[in-house]
Design a protein around this ligand. Sequence first.
Ligand code: G3P
Ligand code: MG
Length: 247
Amino acid sequence: MAHQLPRIIAHRGSPKLAPENTLASFRRAALDGAKWVEFDASLTADSRVVVFHDDDLDRTSDGSGPLAQTPFDVIASLDAGAWFGRQFAGELIPTLEEAIELFAELGLGFNMELKVDPGREVELATVALPIAASCWGDHAPLPLVSSFSRQALAAAKEILPAWPRAFLFDYLPDDWRDIAQTLGVVSLNGNQRHLDAQQVEAMKSAGYGVLAYTVNERQRAEALFEWGVDGVFTDIPGEMLKAFPEF
Ligand code: G3P
Ligand code: MG
């Protein structure tokens, strides 16, 4: 079960300094020293996989309405940078291929979070994982595939068993042991707001890694690491890496 997990993971890139989940954001994270990035993989209406967090296009692009009901050719025409700052105007919503090719080029490890449109959990895993595997090839390190969706993780286990998986949760469910075992995850990734020391101890004792999201305060990261948390997702990778240089 022991799996080397990253200590500092750039959450959606470097979203305080560049528009989240864009190539600019991932480049910025790499520039600031990040070795790992997290991003959200979502399905368009016509089953392309793009890098985008929200259900709706409105907050982080100049589009509107649900991403999952919008065809790729519309999504590809949207501006995903101007909302953040004029210097990022023209930044696009990346395809999964573009993101992973950039990670390979920059030597960035990645955590692909499968962000499901309800009812299309298996479809997302079925489309995304072969693309990710073919773009990543045999680069190291092995990526981490995560999701709040058990169905998506079960599909990931079938489709690409060699890639490690993580179960995401907001509050740790009572049946986490069953879930973790059934899905064959290496890590349990929880909302840092609701984690406590006893839970971390129990998950670690059971042999799982523990990652916490989203940690933007040094003191909170210190406390989590003291409890045994292996790594944190952060919106400020540059600052966190200065505070906690990686091995
Ligand atoms: O994977 C950690 C974190 O990204 C999960 O929540 O909403 O930021 O995708 P969210
Ligand atoms: Mg995410």
